[in-house]
Design a protein around this ligand. Structure first.
Ligand SMILES: Cc1cc2nc3c(=O)[nH]c(=O)nc-3n(C[C@H](O)[C@H](O)[C@H](O)COP(=O)(O)OP(=O)(O)OC[C@H]3O[C@@H](n4cnc5c(N)ncnc54)[C@H](O)[C@@H]3O)c2cc1C
Length: 435
């Protein structure tokens, strides 16, 4: 399906030799969960895909390493074995600690999602997904950093990317380009697409400790993060990695006054200082540096299709504003995008291709628009310390309400499920779709 344009040479930066441009049907920039999933489904549809990744696998990614049943479903759909023999650590649900109470909430029993979550270091997970894409036929190039778009002189449409590797600079061309380059998405920025100030953003830090709690079969979430006498909007987590360590971290939302002026490392240390000593969350047991990154939520970069460039995963701000989960949404949006591109490139005329590609933002909006709008209202509400305190106190003493909250916050319902499923689905439908 590759368009046969003559090979083009480009000016090198002087460091390396001139090399002919490489071509493909689709270029995917970034091989995190969104890029690898997009490349996997594109390759499965028979398209020639170049997946360009600046790092080399295995590589670290700052993350909580936790997957809800949504993430499990996305992995299973790609044919990845998620058995414990293959190194996955299963969890039964979420343990919530707050307002002096502790509730164990099993993942809901649904036909749409499995009844368990998983934990896996991103060093493993991302490599696994990238290899899966490669195995399906995508051409994965590691150690290749995309430095900017190549744009059509007259229309400004993106027709390729310039990238550098150990041998110098090179141009890659394709009919369609995907930005899967994460939260900072330099490629989107270079095309003029910046983060939106009116959408939620989180910041989170995490590290690892050697701990007897490493084999916990529940994901644990702490709602009591205090800044003096203010309860902060966010939560701390403790996820057992099953390898002798726990992933421990915390995240805050930009709707709080404390957001811009919080020392996250100090907040983490202060929170952990209140933990029982036998859990081992002390400096001498810390096995990794404390690292942090942003969580772009609720479509905080739009439009998702602009001048030949399609945004997926964190590049398109697709983290769930209710709970900070991003891997499942990165993978799901990757699948939606790949199916759209496969249909678009099969159309005979350019205008038809354009029409199909323009359907991608609409498909995203249908999948998450209402839910993310509700999430924006939620994030705004809990940004007020008194409301956050009220909600935590009252919800924690009502287990039935918390079971409902779990479905809402983790976006886990059946389309025609029980009353609580219908209530969550209704809420998402009622909320206006964001523009
Ligand atoms: C502290 C923290 C904890 C989190 N915990 C969880 C959790 O427990 N569960 C969960 O579901 N989500 C969690 N998230 C969110 C999750 O990490 C992201 O939503 C997810 O990684 C998004 O995937 P992505 O593929 O879109 O982007 P990324 O994972 O960021 O992947 C982007 C890829 O693009 C590559 N790249 C970037 N620029 C270039 C370039 N110029 N050229 C070539 N390649 C490039 C990068 O090297 C990277 O491989 C957490 C986030 C943070 C910050």
């Amino acid at each position: 399906m590759t368009e046969h344009t003559p090979p083009v040479t480009q000016t090198s930066n002087g460091a390396g030799p001139r090399r002919p441009a490489a071509e493909a049907d689709v270029i995917v920039v970034g091989a995190g969960p969104s890029g690898s999933t997009t490349a996997y489904y594109l390759a499965q549809a028979g398209l020639d895909v170049l997946l360009l990744e600046k790092t080399r696998f295995p590589r670290e990614k700052v993350c909580g390493d936790g997957l809800t049943p949504r993430g499990v479903k996305a992995l299973v759909a790609m044919g990845i074995s998620v058995s414990e023999q293959d190194g996955w650590v299963r969890n039964k649900g979420l343990r919530v600690i707050g307002a002096g109470k502790r509730l164990e909430l099993p993942w809901p029993e649904l036909s749409s999602y499995p009844g368990y979550g998983l934990v896996r270091p991103r060093t493993d997970l991302d490599q696994m997904l990238a290899r899966r894409a490669e195995h399906a036929g995508a051409r994965l190039l590691e150690g290749v950093t995309v430095t900017g778009p190549v744009r059509h002189e007259r229309t400004g449409r993106i027709t390729g990317v310039v990238a550098k590797d150990a041998n110098g600079e090179r141009t890659y061309r394709a009919r369609v380009i995907v930005a899967a380059d994460g939260n900072s998405s330099r490629l989107s920025v270079a095309m003029g697409l910046r983060k939106r100030d009116d959408r939620p953003l989180g910041v989170a830090v995490r590290t690892y400790y050697q701990s007897p709690r490493h084999d916990d079969d529940y994901l644990e979430s702490w709602l009591d993060l205090w800044d003096g006498d203010r309860l902060l909007p966010g939560y701390g987590w403790i996820f057992g990695m099953g390898d002798g360590t726990s992933n421990v971290g915390l995240g805050l939302l930009n709707t709080s006054a404390a957001f811009g002026n919080t020392d996250y490392h100090a907040l983490l240390r202060k929170w952990l200082a209140g933990m029982p000593a036998e859990w081992g969350f002390t400096e001498e047991n810390r096995t990794q540096p404390i690292r942090g990154a942003a969580l772009p939520m609720g479509f905080n970069r739009t439009p998702h299709y602009y001048q030949g460039l399609l945004l997926v995963g964190d590049a398109g701000g697709m983290v769930n504003p209710f709970n900070g989960e991003g891997i499942a949404y990165a993978m799901e949006s990757g699948e939606i995008l790949a199916r759209t591109i496969a249909q678009a490139l099969a159309r005979a005329r350019r205008a038809e291709t354009e029409r199909v590609l323009a359907g991608y933002p609409r498909a995203l909006s249908e999948a998450y628009g209402g839910y993310y709008s509700a999430g924006r209202a939620f994030v705004k509400a809990i940004g007020q310390p008194t409301l956050m305190r009220f909600a935590t106190k009252h919800a924690m003493s009502r287990p039935a309400l918390m079971r409902f909250a779990l479905k809402l916050l983790a976006n886990l319902t059946d389309p025609r499920g029980d009353v609580s499923d219908r209530l969550v689905n209704g809420l998402s439908k009622l909320a206006p779709n964001p523009k």
